[in-house]
Design a protein around this ligand. Structure first.
Ligand code: HEC
Ligand code: HEC
Ligand code: HEC
Length: 445
């Protein structure tokens, strides 16, 4: 009897000691270095941010990565896939190799080719070690969600997927191999910009097959500007007038980190890129990307930089310019952007000498005047200053006048815009998104 009691007591004590040591071991792993597995998942999470997977793979109001976001393409609407680890509707049954085939080769597990709305031609540059980390994150760090995938809204015969495999063979590059780690800033920056960052998906012009005209800096078309969703994704090369020629590396880092700097503020698709992706990148990675961007030669080398000219400012102050464009500017824009055109740094961006204002293609200017915009929310700059939309207040002609005015004032030199360009852009405005003049809060915390 006593022996049995003692035995029981002994077993209980042992169990207590064992669970205590298990507890301390767990506490130690939490407090101290994470396990190799956890580290891989964390690295994958960081890389998923750098690749901005969430932007396309999350529907408005949907669960992260559960897919279903409608993406317009010239032939119809494609919906992003559920890439949560749900076994039935997501990618829970994908092996690392299946995941890699989709991510870098553009081939689904069932063998069908993906629409290049999924930027796999850029992700082809991702190294196998990083694919491994991304896979670990999507399998272990993401919550499974059973949202079913949606088919495409594309009419037959364009809805057939086999032509996509032809596209893939013609336009998709070979995938990267694991090489020796080279983390010198220029190499790292190139890797991030051309690869996971898929900056070219928006910033590089597209050819007749909708392929990006260049996937790396072997052509000056690379990052020379592209139109996406009615906005111009600016030239990011060294051009002084409409590119990043006058931006320092620190200016680029500030823009990617906070969505604003002394030259500009992010809007359109770029506001989402900053909010979901680049604000989370390390200072080291952002500087590397900035260094790489600054190494890109101008498309038009030798074009002199613009110089500020005070004439417009003087004329607006004296009231000597009564042209429709000047009047529209004074009545609708000057309160924020000021008659000097210089705005207020990091609050209301400058219009004078701005690459956005001086871009050959005025798409972004027409769009922002019609629709308004709101700066992205970031941890470093949580105040989201907003610009109201003027779609209901200004006619096509008035928008054309004011945009033409800002493109030829304060030293800016860009072509005029006509009412028919504005009419076209107005027809393409997405419904409801418009923040009407007068109703927009100036700043939201
Ligand atoms: C610009 C939008 C966009 C971005 C960014 C994007 N995807 Fe996709 N992705 C899509 C679309 C659209 C599809 C579906 C294409 C189709 O149906 O042909 C897709 C498909 C996929 C698939 C295939 C799923 C299946 O059913 O086999 C995987 C895996 C995937 N994406 C992973 C990722 C990962 C990982 C990232 C980030 C590194 C990412 N995607 C970023 C748009 C995007
Ligand atoms: C989804 C499309 C999209 C992607 C992807 C994208 N951009 Fe942009 N980007 C835009 C648009 C649209 C603009 C113009 C609006 C603005 O100035 O914010 C822009 C503007 C910019 C500007 C400001 C240029 C200026 O002269 O004002 C910089 C810098 C920039 N992008 C860098 C990048 C980098 C670096 C990447 C890759 C990490 C990237 N972008 C990826 C759409 C995109
Ligand atoms: C209430 C203040 C306000 C008014 C009025 C206003 N804006 Fe803006 N504007 C802003 C803010 C804030 C931004 C930055 C928006 C963002 O980044 O999302 C901006 C951005 C812009 C940009 C993009 C600049 C860049 O490089 O990022 C242009 C161009 C512009 N405004 C033109 C105009 C014109 C033309 C008018 C008059 C028709 C006007 N704005 C009226 C506040 C204003």
């Amino acid at each position: 009897m006593t022996t049995i009691m003692i035995k029981h007591y002994f077993i209980a004590a042992c169990a207590a000691v064992m669970s205590l040591s298990a507890f301390t071991a767990a506490a130690q792993t939490n407090a101290a270095a994470p396990s190799a597995d956890q580290q891989l998942v964390q690295r994958g999470e960081y890389l998923a941010k750098a690749g901005d997977c969430v932007a396309c793979h999350t529907a408005k109001g949907g669960k992260p990565f559960a897919g279903g976001l409608a993406i317009a393409t010239p032939i119809g609407t494609v919906y992003s896939s559920n890439i949560t680890p749900d076994k039935e509707h997501g990618i829970g049954s994908y092996s690392e190799e299946d995941f890699d085939r989709a991510l870098r080769h553009g081939i689904r597990k069932d063998g069908a080719s993906l629409y290049p709305a999924m930027p796999y031609p850029s992700y082809a540059k991702v190294k196998p070690a990083d694919v491994k980390a991304l896979y670990a994150y999507f399998m272990q760090g993401v919550q499974a969600d059973p949202a079913p995938n949606r088919g495409v809204d594309i009419t037959w015969p364009l809805s057939m997927r086999w032509p996509l495999s032809v596209w893939r063979k013609v336009f998709a590059p070979a995938v990267a191999a694991d090489g020796p780690e080279d983390n010198s800033p220029l190499v790292r920056g190139q890797y991030l910009v051309e690869g996971l960052g898929h900056c070219g998906a928006c910033h590089t012009p597209r050819g007749v097959g909708m392929q990006e005209k260049a996937l790396s800096n072997d052509s000056s078309q690379f990052l020379s500007g592209g139109v996406i969703d009615g906005y111009l994704a600016n030239n990011l090369r060294g051009d002084a007038r409409d590119g990043l020629g006058n931006w320092s590396e620190a200016d680029i880092v500030a823009f990617l980190k906070t969505g604003r700097n002394s030259h500009s503020a992010a809007f359109g698709g770029m506001a989402d890129v900053v909010a979901n992706s680049t604000q989370y990148m390390t200072e080291g990675d952002l500087s590397a990307m900035a260094k790489y961007l600054k190494s890109l030669k101008a498309v038009k080398e030798g074009t002199p930089a613009l110089a500020y000219d005070d004439k417009t400012h003087q004329a607006l102050r004296k009231g000597s310019d009564q042209s429709p464009g000047a009047m529209a500017f004074l009545n609708n824009c000057a309160a924020c952007h000021r008659s000097s055109g210089k705005g207020y740094e990091e609050t209301f961006p400058t219009l004078a000498l701005s690459p956005t204002v001086n871009a050959e293609n005025p798409a972004s200017l027409i769009r922002i005047v019609l629709e308004g915009a709101e700066m992205p929310w970031t941890h470093k700059a949580p105040t989201q200053f907003a610009m109201p939309g003027f779609a209901s207040r200004l006619s096509d002609q008035e928008v054309a006048d004011v945009v033409t005015f800002i493109r030829s004032s304060w030293g800016n030199q860009a072509s005029s815009v006509n009412a028919s360009d504005v009419a076209k852009a107005r027809k393409q405005l997405p419904e409801k998104k418009t923040v009407e003049a007068g109703s927009a809060p100036l700043a939201k915390q």
